[in-house]
Design a protein around this ligand. Structure first.
Ligand code: CA
Length: 411
């Protein structure tokens, strides 16, 4: 028997049944505050007196709950499950429910630092083939190291935030010199983000790393391919990926995803002991990307699964800490683009259109090689259980034209 909630909308077609209970920050007109989604409602955690220390919800971010540690995370989940399923709590709790419709969502946590990995083998192979040729597609270290780069926490924005097409230095293969211009190959990357909920100082095992993860979000690593192609050697992406990184508004906790644990693909090369993971490290989360042109209907342009990743977030985190790099509460780890083996399961337009050679049909007679101004890109994800689904809510962003060039940047 699937547990039910007295919040009726939580028992129907929803991303947020009682098995989910994701953590967000909402503003219903009285300022941003912590809330938990249930059906089409949000439980206001600053007012629902559930017996937890008020300091946990004293600021509009889930960092303090994360700092309180895994025992508190479990206690909170058990309490929420109890009060939202047991009709006896209804009179006490219902006054603190707010409709999701009409609220403004904020970032669910203060992002301490942001690191982006490159853990999808199909993606790495596709991009490597386009940038360096099929013989050198996968870098020699790729099967041994969860490769990543340090990104910018300041670039992380919540779903719904518009994104301006970036300017940047671009040099095409036939250009003698680079020019400074708006990107013409602006793209998405479909990723999962792991939210680090506990700090570390020194090395951690993969098991410890897994227990440090509070939850997951959807993540869109907006990427300017023309800027990237010119700048990325030898130190990796820089301005190509610094414009914005959009995350979904709800952190789906690791506890909610536990029933959906899934094995990573078989190792193609032995993994060093500090990166070995016993048991399933991924989750069976179906993912999709939708593209809606200005004033037009959305077309789903890609469908894939988190199971296509080669390295888990726990392995990425263990590697991140392996040099002694201190990890902080609120660190965000992007998984890397998640592409599957087929054409329609590719998690970026670069791959979907194969560098612009095979434009993607989006309905209404339109095609896309890369993003056009006015396009809205939306990531969605869910794990499907028996009679319910654990969803993340939409991770969406509309692309606006490049901002006017300041006078000082003109020639
Ligand atoms: Ca990325």
């Amino acid at each position: 028997m699937t547990p039910k909630s007295w919040v009726e909308s939580a028992n129907g077609d929803t991303d947020f049944p009682i098995q989910n209970l994701p953590c967000g920050v909402f503003d219903a007109g009285r300022g941003p505050r912590c809330g938990v989604a249930i059906g089409d409602m949000i439980l206001d955690m600053t007012e629902a007196e559930l017996g937890f220390e008020p300091v946990l919800f004293a600021e509009p971010a889930w960092n303090r709950v994360m700092e309180a540690g895994p025992a508190k995370w479990l206690e909170l989940r058990e309490k929420l499950t109890e009060v939202l399923s047991d009709e006896g709590y209804r009179d006490k709790v219902e006054p603190h429910l707010v409709p999701q419709q009409g609220v403004t969502m904020h970032l669910p946590f203060r992002v301490a630092e942001y690191t982006d990995f490159y853990a999808g083998k199909h993606h790495a192979t596709n991009v490597g083939t386009m940038f360096r040729g099929a013989e050198n597609a996968l870098p020699p270290n790729w099967l041994s190291i969860p490769i990543g780069y340090n990104g910018r926490a300041s670039s992380v924005v919540v779903s719904g935030t518009p994104v301006h097409r970036p300017w940047g230095q671009i040099k095409g293969p036939d250009d003698d010199l680079p020019r400074f211009a708006p990107s013409r190959r602006f793209d998405i990357e479909l990723e999962m983000g792991a939210v680090v909920g506990q700090p570390s100082q020194g090395m951690v095992s993969v098991v410890q790393a897994d227990e440090m993860i509070f939850g997951y979000v959807l993540l869109n690593d907006w990427s300017a391919r023309d800027i990237q192609a010119w700048e990325y050697q030898p130190l990796g992406p820089f301005q190509a990926k610094a414009t914005a990184t959009t995350i979904s508004p709800w952190i789906v906790t690791r506890a909610a995803l536990e029933p959906f644990r899934a094995d990573a693909p078989p190792r193609e090369r032995p993994v060093l002991p500090y990166l070995r993971q016993e048991g399933p490290g991924l989750y069976d989360i179906a993912l999709e990307v939708g593209l809606a042109p200005e004033g037009g209907d959305e077309t789903v342009i890609a469908r894939t699964s988190m199971r296509e990743l080669y390295w888990s977030a726990a392995q990425q985190l263990a590697h991140h800490a392996s040099s002694g790099c201190p990890m902080r509460v609120g660190d965000l780890l992007g998984s890397g683009t998640i592409s599957g083996p087929t054409q329609e399961s590719r998690g970026s337009l670069l791959e979907l259109s194969w560098g612009g050679k095979e434009p993607v049909e989006i309905g209404g007679g339109q095609t896309r090689s890369f993003i056009e101004d006015g396009d809205t890109l939306t990531l969605r994800g869910h794990a499907r259980g028996d009679g319910y689904r654990i969803g993340f809510g939409a991770c969406t962003g509309k692309v606006l034209p490049a901002a006017p060039l300041p006078d000082r940047a003109r020639e």
